[in-house]
Design a protein around this ligand. Sequence first.
Ligand code: NAD
Length: 503
Amino acid sequence: MNEMSTISLAQHDYSDAAKKALSRKPSLFINNEWVSSSADKNLAVIDPSSGKEISRIVDATDSDVDKAVAAARAAFDDGRWTGLPPIAREQMIHALADLVEKHAGELAELESIDNGKPVGMSSTVDIPAAVGMLHYMAGWATKLGADSISPMSTPNGAFHSYVRREPVGVAGLIVPWNFPLLMAVLKVAPAMAAGCTVVLKPAEQTSLTALRLADLIAEAGFPAGVINVITGNGHTAGDRLVRHRDVDKIAFTGSTEVGKIINRTATDTLKRVTLELGGKSPVIVLPDVDVAQVAPGAAGAIFFNAGQVCVAGSRLYAHSSIFDKVVEGIAETAAFWAPRPSLDPAAHMGPLVSEEQYTRVMDYIDQGKKAGASVAMGGDCPTSDGYYVNPTVLVDVKPDMSVVREEIFGPVVCAQRFDDLDEVAKQANDSCFGLAASVWTKDVSAMHQMCAKLKAGTVWGNCHGVIDPALPFGGYKESGLGREQGRQGVEAYTELKSVIIQL
Ligand code: NAD
């Protein structure tokens, strides 16, 4: 056992507001009302810091999902949302943002209890980012439009034509557990701005903040049925949503494996689909850097949120001349990133989200070691009932090892050497994923050359993981389909209609 394991891993007490949210009777938010499930099927809510059951949520049945979809369908078809002046929709989304901000402390605590992420992080990253996303997207409600263009084949003045941008209809929003509220808002906000109505299904491991958001949606004054929140398992409730004929679009964030299943299933009804999927993002460190500055950055790229980040910098490529120093520099951050309970104010890294995820990550570390990788840092876990894994660096890895090729989704980075820029670009692109990458150098030309060469939806220079609502975000290759955020993120919830009128 290493030194980090001596930290006390007892979870802190919950606040009264959190206790109230945890004591909510398992129910679904449909038509602005809390309703019971058609069956008595519940799922346990576990605090990953302690491994203890702390609440229960509904595992929605087919008929629950049908009810939520019917509510969203009716709300879309009768125009109670789409028919409002865009400024009214914009103001309501801003009002929801204000309510999320007002309840930021409570939401941050709930997110940390449910997901395991440090409360210092959820209160400075997750919740403020959700507020920012809502405000940013609210503005699009009054700014969306479409081009007007003259037909090429009709006499000038004989026809009037224009293009309308219309909401796609009912959107099913399926989100993962790593940034639960932020991922939910990342989809709800553009859908609302575009004029869609929605059924939101948070991940079964982390539904608490989505349920609390539902309270705030009602308080903000959204008409009944515009936003519905159902909880439950993916292969049942999620699948029903994807198959449903009255759902026009699925916006999904999650694993590549499930994204492929969803895309196949959605083909039966040719639903519009956007997919934000997994990654294995390279962090490329050129020889000219100041290692003392870059090593903590490379550590943050993988250990932030315990590596449970789609853009986690899980493949480190450092130039041979500085490789050892970079790895040593990362190892020096071990005490900073030592996992602690989520409500410990000193925590920078918490436990993993679930026992399943813990087992998966420890199994990958084992696979790496068996395949010949050496452990330069961590590789083990503290003794606890929670799901803690120590920050880990694997060296002596080969490009064909599972730890290098597959998404581990934990605090594990595989470090490799390179000598030449073309060689490292090739290695970095040798992946089925293409979500993100970062390049660290003071050499401006090398920076831009690498940015052009890397096959990824986002490339960062001298930083990693900076995500902004105004910039399109998404993946190349098997990391996704379409883009979220920015204008493109709202337009993904719309259809274009050409209107041609003979005068
Ligand atoms: P997951 O794919 O297991 O689950 C995601 C969601 O899909 C959950 O709500 C789940 O209930 C639902 N689901 C599962 N099976 C389903 C099915 N057959 N039909 C419909 N819905 C189904 O992913 P996860 O483990 O919750 O999240 C981790 C993954 O998410 C990682 O791969 C990560 O890279 C990815 N992710 C990607 C982004 C991005 O923006 N690209 C962001 C965050 C997370």
